[in-house]
Design a protein around this ligand. Structure first.
Ligand SMILES: Cc1ncc(COP(=O)(O)O)c(C=O)c1O
Length: 393
């Protein structure tokens, strides 16, 4: 039999899905599991969004549509980014795709050549280095370390840029650490990008889930709209994970290139979800604000509780909905603790190495379950006291 193309062997999966499968298996055996492994909000889209979807399907909005996305949605996205991020973006600079991941992979396919070096955060979203390698390029990690508050070290990034470096990918607020890149860090990244003629992929999927201040996008810095691709979408901010709707904002010639890739692959995102997404952006019930407020309460509750557990250490995230916990002082490996938590305590979390080598002493908990479940999870974690004994020694 002929072999599968070698690029596939360069790809990796996502740790969260493996833990989720095992957690489901335990549930089938009758065990109670608190799911804190997937980055999937327990919220659902606001009622007017669901109504808009229903109406759109009933009205026959189920046709092939523009490969770039329907014009009213692209217009609405440009206005939304002006209102929420003060960005100057035209509808011609917007391309709609089925999910942020698809927008991301289209951008990467359009911009990255085999042999290129691509800077990716460590820890970070595992798809960045995976898809980079799948394109025949080399993923070069830059650290987001606890001693720096999980902020990028610009000297490290500068030292890792070579003549082959073409692209820098980052995600602020960051999955998994929850760190938000400061304006100063963005300015320094922008300077490096100008100096070395780099593309910037700015994954802003958590931009709305921010616990203080206003979101700063690198796109708004002088000269950066020419070399930046913003990735964003509806999965997290509007709790629409399964709707599969995301978008990229890019210079028009990059959108043209991505558009050709759309035509050669999935043709278009579903029309009815795009129609309903306009309603999501309108946010007539202020659902986003309410959701972020709830995430803030969950963060304060859970991070506070974790810091009371011997051997656990967790900085309070500035955005996104994850708790990134250092467990080194428990004396156990993060994988062992994740296993113990799942198998004995019924709490599903992910060992941090799934997000890169810098995550090896960490666990990621997603704050996507109600507060009473988070309280229950904290109690269960405390009850599994094996590592406490190790700490006490
Ligand atoms: C940083 C980051 N980018 C992209 C995605 C994927 O988004 P989507 O579900 O819209 O494809 C995720 C999902 O977890 C994410 O954490």
């Amino acid at each position: 039999m002929r072999r599968i193309a070698s690029r596939v062997s360069e790809l990796n999966g996502e740790g969260a899905l493996a833990v989720f499968s095992r957690a489901k298996e335990l549930e089938r055996e009758g065990r109670s599991i608190i799911h804190l492994e997937l980055g999937e909000p327990d919220f659902h889209p606001a009622a007017p969004v669901v109504d808009a979807l229903r109406d759109a399907v009933a009205a026959g909005r189920d046709r092939y549509v523009s490969t770039r996305g329907i014009a009213p949605l692209r217009q609405a996205i440009a206005e939304y980014l002006r209102e929420t991020r003060r960005l100057e973006v035209t509808p011609e600079q917007v391309l709609v795709a089925p999910g942020c991941k698809m927008a991301l992979s289209l951008a990467m396919m359009a911009l990255i050549e085999p042999g290129d070096e691509v800077l990716c955060p460590d820890p970070g979203f595992p798809i960045y280095p995976s898809f980079t390698r799948g394109l025949g390029a080399k993923a070069v990690a830059f650290g987001l370390l606890e001693k720096n508050g999980f902020a990028p070290d610009l000297d490290e990034i500068a030292a890792k840029i070579t003549p082959r470096t073409t692209t820098l990918i980052f995600n602020s607020p960051n999955n998994p650490t929850g760190s938000v890149f400061s304006r100063e860090a963005l300015r320094e990244i922008a300077e490096l990008a100008e100096k070395h003629d780099l593309w910037i992929l700015s994954d802003e999927i958590y931009a709305r889930i921010l616990f203080s201040g206003e979101y700063e996008s690198i796109w708004s810095l002088p000269g950066m709209a020419e070399r930046t691709v913003i990735i964003d979408g509806f999965s997290k901010s509007f709790a629409m994970t399964g709707w599969r709707l995301g978008y990229a904002v890019a210079p028009e010639h990059v959108v043209d290139a991505m558009d050709l890739l759309v035509l050669n692959t999935f043709t278009c995102a579903a029309e009815f979800t795009q129609v309903a997404a306009i309603e999501a952006l309108r946010d007539s019930t202020h659902a986003v604000e309410a959701m972020v407020e709830e995430y803030r309460k969950r963060r304060d509750l859970f991070v506070g509780g974790l810091n009371g557990i011997p051997g656990f250490r967790c900085q309070s995230p500035g955005g996104a909905f994850y708790a990134w916990v250092n467990v080194e002082e428990t004396g156990f490996r993060a994988e062992e603790i994740a296993k113990l938590l799942l198998e004995e305590a019924g709490v599903a979390a992910i060992a941090g190495a799934a997000f890169g080598p810098a995550g090896k002493n960490y666990l990621r908990f997603s704050l996507v379950s109600a507060r009473h479940l988070l309280e229950e999870a904290l109690e269960r974690i405390e009850r599994v006291s094996r590592w406490r004994a190790a700490v006490a020694q």
